[in-house]
Design a protein around this ligand. Structure first.
Ligand code: MSP
Length: 554
């Protein structure tokens, strides 16, 4: 089936697969939660390429650089907004490089191509009569860059003073009275409701339901303000034809998803294979409303389709509390005691999309040590090391010895290995990365039991034990090969290291290559006489000195 698809795709030019991350505010340095959004999207795009290596993927990320929040942060840093944005934007780029977030386009909202797209989009809304001018008075949260309806504002006592905060985010709101341009959001209520009836447009379903309820219960579905006076927000794109007004940062930011594909230049879009609607847009739960209500409405207004799917994730808390600057518990990925591969693994292994996950240093270290170092790395070192495998081989599979083995614990392992691709395929498709990691680790536990049970160190000493030893090593290495392929989207760097060690050719690492283990293929193809020689440490165990936390160097 996949082969037929591949053949077909070589004749018919297919549209690319388009995945996006939210673009990140540059008001502060990146933290663990930001990295998580990016890593989720990266895993999705890597899986897509793994399953269909011929598929072109557009994977966009970048920074959201306009608005009051950025204006204020730049002033605090005593830098011009432009210098400040470049500095933090570069920090995101560096972070993504270190954490293997392999984007194809990095967009900054201060780029000319984006300003052009935003102005064009604005003019389209105007042309279609979805914009009008009005007097706005209400609450505004600078932190969320959002207008907050009166009903969603509550009093809170902070430092002995009563302040107004947004009930949704807990961020402070301020009273605003100004002339704004408004967008006729109310005209799209029923269209949005229709769109939200499609199964899977927002996943997990819990978040789709939340939006459905919001539309259902919100008796009054007001139009929204899409501009602010330039006198207040000067660091922004001006409204075409009205220098006194700046375009609302969320409208500006959302359009980044179109800028990336060449909007509004038709030729540029065609060159990119017209990848719209986007296939997957990853968002955190705090920005679901912007992406699941405003964004599709803006698109519908210019007669474009809403995205095919929003994948919405929950949040990371730290030692049980919400991550926040004021609590001083913001986790900088580089300040964690684990390497980028281990942190990436923990983020995907621990979090589920539907519920918040909790970070602690000890959790990060324990997961890395028990799963990456002990269960995976140790097994790889043992079967590749000189003590049990002095010839440095991915040894052959001898049929007679294999038949004898299949009676015992090996049958359970082999069964797991054979089904691993099928099980994990479903989990990847459902964005349940923790289940992928779990299935792989369970298989590796069985492989460890299998290995111990056959005592390869004794076979090595037995005069006639070589063939049985070959088979034990082969099955273990074959398990590692398949696990290595399956894990590529989650821990690309470690998987690569493992597959290199096993000398698996680069063109034998796609999903189809993990669908059948060697014992189910006539004339196994992965045996090689030489695996790379020398001691092999896939992942260095982490020892944390309580006083001085050391960074592991895996
Ligand atoms: N700039 C807007 C997005 C505009 S997209 C058109 C924005 N930026 S953000 O920097 O505040 O957030 C970016 C992403 O980081 C969001 O998906 C958000 O959910 C995610 N996270 C921020 N804190 C988080 C956690 N504590 N945990 C997990 N992800 C969280 O919103």
């Amino acid at each position: 089936m996949r082969l037929t698809l591949r053949l077909l795709s070589s004749v018919v030019q297919r549209r690319p697969f388009y995945v996006t991350t939210p673009i990140f505010y540059v008001n502060a340095a990146p933290h663990l939660g930001h990295l998580y959004s990016a890593v989720v999207a990266d895993t999705i795009q890597r899986f897509e390429k793994l399953v269909d290596p011929d598929c072109e993927v557009i994977f966009s990320t970048g920074t959201d650089e306009h608005g009051t929040k950025i204006q204020q942060a730049a002033a605090n840093a005593v830098l011009s907004p432009a210098e400040y944005c470049s500095k933090i934007s570069a920090e995101y780029r560096d972070l993504f490089k270190d954490y293997d977030v392999e984007y194809t386009d990095y967009i900054r909202t201060t780029e000319d191509r984006h300003k052009r797209a935003v102005r064009h989009f604005w003019n389209k809304l105007l042309e279609k009569d979805y914009i009008y001018k009005s007097q706005y008075s209400g609450w505004y949260s600078v932190n969320d860059e959002a207008f907050v309806p009166e009903a969603h504002v509550r009093d809170e006592v902070r430092n002995g003073q009563t302040v107004k905060v947004s009930a949704e985010s807990g961020h402070k709101v301020e009273w605003t009275e100004e002339t704004n341009y408004m967008f006729r959001l109310s005209a799209f209520k029923s269209h949005l409701q229709e769109w939200l009836k499609n199964d899977g447009v927002i996943t997990p379903n819990k978040f789709q339901k939340q939006l459905q309820d919001l539309l259902e219960n919100e008796t009054y579905f007001p139009d929204i303000s899409i501009s602010r006076p330039s006198s207040r927000v000067h660091w922004a794109i001006r409204v075409p034809g009205d220098e006194d007004q700046s375009i609302y940062v969320w409208l500006d930011a959302l359009i980044n998803y179109l800028t990336v594909i060449g909007y509004p230049d038709n030729d540029a879009m065609l060159k990119k294979g017209r990848p719209w609607p986007a296939d997957v847009q990853v968002v955190g739960k705090d920005i679901l409303k912007f992406h699941g209500i405003y964004w599709p409405a803006f698109l519908m207004a210019i007669n474009w389709h809403p995205p095919r799917r929003l994948v919405c994730h929950s949040h990371w808390t730290v030692d049980g509390s919400k991550m926040s600057k004021s609590l001083g518990n913001v986790v900088c990925p580089r300040a964690t005691p684990v390497s980028p591969s281990a942190l990436r693994y923990m983020l995907l292994r621990e979090a589920t999309m539907h519920d918040d996950a909790n970070y602690s240093e000890s959790k990060a270290v324990n997961i890395a040590n028990s799963e990456l170092a002990d269960t995976l790395g140790n097994l790889a070192s043992r079967c590749c090391g000189a003590a049990l495998n002095p010839r440095g081989e991915f040894p052959p599979l001898h049929t007679h010895e294999l038949a004898a083995l299949e009676q015992d614990v090996s049958a359970q392992l082999m069964d797991h290995v054979e089904r691993l691709h099928e099980v994990c395929y479903g989990h990847y498709r459902n964005y349940q990365f923790y289940k992928v990691a779990d299935a792989v680790i369970r298989t590796l536990h069985l492989a460890n039991v299998f290995f111990e049970c056959h005592k390869p160190w004794e076979l090595r000493k037995k005069l006639d034990g070589q063939k049985e030893l070959d088979v034990v090593l082969h099955i273990t290495m074959e398990t590692l090969r398949i696990c290595g392929i399956v894990l590529q989207p989650i821990i690309p760097d470690l998987s690569n290291k493992l597959l290199n060690k096993l000398q698996i050719p680069l063109d034998c690492r796609s999903w189809q290559h993990c669908e059948k283990p060697s014992w189910r293929i006539e004339g196994a193809i992965y045996e090689t006489k030489n695996i790379l020689s020398g001691k092999f440490v896939l992942f260095q165990r982490i020892y944390v000195d309580k006083k001085q936390k050391k960074k592991a160097s895996a």
